[in-house]
Design a protein around this ligand. Structure first.
Ligand SMILES: CC1=C(/C=C/C(C)=C/C=C/C(C)=C/C=O)C(C)(C)CCC1
Ligand SMILES: [Fe+2]
Length: 394
């Protein structure tokens, strides 16, 4: 079968049956009892998912997150307590509405079929639509009913999802040290905990304020002063540091090669980054250039047309090709969010307004995140990635 080059045509973007789909999930080759080493997106000729991941998911993330961490470190060395102007603090979150962040989930209607080696059909689109409708509205209702529990669920869900995304990326790069159950689960918990827990250690006030703003949208208050108390933070930070060190050491014992070194380097970078940089800004940047770009690399790798664009024309054409898939539902999502903001009378004039607008956006994201996580977990099963090998190889 020939590799397709940019098929266009019917509603799913394909005009014939030679789009490079095979009726089997692929991309991973098992080489041990719990192993899921990725050996190239569905035995593709010439493009491995590893090269897409390096170009799209790893290099830009290091450049931006490393650059921000460095800039903040330098600023902190020269000023006692550096602060960010308001526009910059909310900037990355605002950018994520259009660039990488929100769009990374707006391909969910096409991605699971592609991950399973199928062409997206109307049945796939309907199934994803119903899933979004059911899980999204259930979670929206839960926010209204139990805001504080819903906020906790959002943090827990993101912890899992961002951890699962990084485990996928490490597998894509050819990690051999994640073959064991403990290291795989530990790595997921460490990678997810870096953005979800570490900001609390260095910036407890802002952490509480952000979560407080979510529940305030529903007329509730987030008291929980205890989570910001030094004792709790020292205990949580100490426990998480032990988990980080234990997981990295256990991984090195399995295989201390190149990808382990990258894993260790990223872990140290993210520890420093989330400890130092103000959380809202740090998470906004991370959401765009770390989590979303790594997922977009995956989207490119599972789509024959994007993969061909990457191989033949490079990174930017491949991103544009995936961006085209993401455009319609990104526009629908932004319109929906603006509609909710108008009905809810959320403005963006003052500082307090901005805090409420950012809270509305994050709660909106949470409602989309529940079905998104279900879909990515389903994709992990189809590609035998994430935690799936631990379940399938028992
Ligand atoms: C902003 C922020 C927080 C949480 C952000 C979350 C939970 C974002 C989730 C985004 C998702 C799930 C995007 C889609 O993949 C914390 C850590 C509570 C406090 C510090 C500031
Ligand atoms: Fe995601």
């Amino acid at each position: 079968m020939n590799e397709p080059t940019g098929h266009e045509g019917d509603s799913t973007g394909y005009e014939d049956n030679s789009a490079g789909y095979e009726d089997e999930p692929a991309g991973y080759a098992a080489d041990g009892p719990t192993s899921t080493r990725l050996v190239g997106a569905r035995r593709d000729r010439g493009t491995s998912v590893g090269s897409v991941m390096r170009a799209v998911g790893v290099r830009p993330a290091w450049l931006v997150v490393g650059g921000v961490a460095l800039a903040w470190g330098v600023a902190a060395a020269f000023t006692a307590s550096p602060t960010l102007p308001t526009w910059l603090r909310y900037g990355p979150l605002a950018v994520s509405l259009a660039l990488f962040g929100l769009p990374h989930g707006a391909v969910d209607h096409l991605a699971p079929a592609r991950a399973a080696g199928h062409r997206p059909t109307v049945t796939w689109l309907l199934a994803v639509g119903v899933l979004y409708l059911v899980l999204g509205s259930a979670y929206g209702f839960l926010w209204w009913l139990l805001p504080v529990a819903s906020a906790a669920l959002f943090v827990a869900l993101t912890w899992f999802h961002w951890g699962q995304g990084d485990v996928y990326a490490l597998d894509a790069l050819g990690a051999r040290h994640l073959d064991g159950r403990g290291v795989r689960v530990g790595t997921l918990l460490v990678r997810g905990g870096l953005p979800m827990l570490v900001p609390l250690l260095g910036h407890p006030k802002e952490y509480r304020a952000v979560v407080g703003a979510w529940v305030a949208l529903f007329g509730s208050e987030f008291d929980a002063a205890w989570i910001a108390s030094p004792t709790v933070r020292i205990a949580l930070g100490g426990g998480f540091a032990l988990l980080t060190i234990g997981t990295l050491l256990a991984g090195r014992r399995r295989d201390g090669g190149r990808v382990w070194l990258l894993d260790a380097g990223e872990t140290v970078l993210l520890w420093g980054y989330f400890l130092l940089v103000p959380p809202l800004f740090a998470i906004g940047v991370y959401f765009c250039v770390w989590h979303s770009l790594r997922h977009i690399a995956r989207l490119i790798a599972v789509d024959p047309a994007s993969r061909a664009a990457f191989r033949e024309r490079g990174t930017v054409p491949a991103l544009l090709r995936t961006g085209r898939d993401a455009l319609p539902l990104t526009v629908v999502s932004v319109l929906l969010l603006v509609g909710i903001a108008v009905v809810g009378d959320v403005a963006v004039g003052t500082q307090a307004d901005l805090q409420a607008a950012a809270a509305l956006y994050l709660v909106f994201i949470s409602v989309l995140t529940l079905p998104h996580v279900a879909i990515v977990t389903w994709m992990d099963r189809a590609e035998n990635a994430g935690l799936a090998p631990l379940v399938s190889k028992q």
